[in-house]
Design a protein around this ligand. Structure first.
Ligand SMILES: [Zn+2]
Length: 81
């Protein structure tokens, strides 16, 4: 997976949760994902589109063993980002 940016970059997609903190934007298999840490949900979020439903969210402990971008989000949180 290619991580194109890490840190407070601009998000690619509209995201309506005010608690979320943008971690990074990554490219995976030709798709783009905005990765967030969400204290409100106690986990991480990978958004892949502008529509309200176009995201995955998992608690941190589950995201650590998931596949794909959401696992990258967990790794970034664990790395202190
Ligand atoms: Zn959120």
């Amino acid at each position: 997976m290619e991580t194109s940016s890490i840190g407070p970059a601009a998000s690619t997609f509209t995201h309506d949760c005010e608690s979320c903190r943008l971690l990074a934007t990554v490219h995976d298999g030709g798709r783009v994902f905005d990765l967030y840490s969400c204290p409100e949900e106690g986990g991480v979020v990978a958004r892949f589109g502008h529509e309200g439903w176009e995201y995955s969210a998992l608690p941190l402990h589950l995201a650590r063993t998931a596949d794909g971008p959401i696992r990258v989000a967990a790794a970034l949180v664990d790395g202190g980002l």
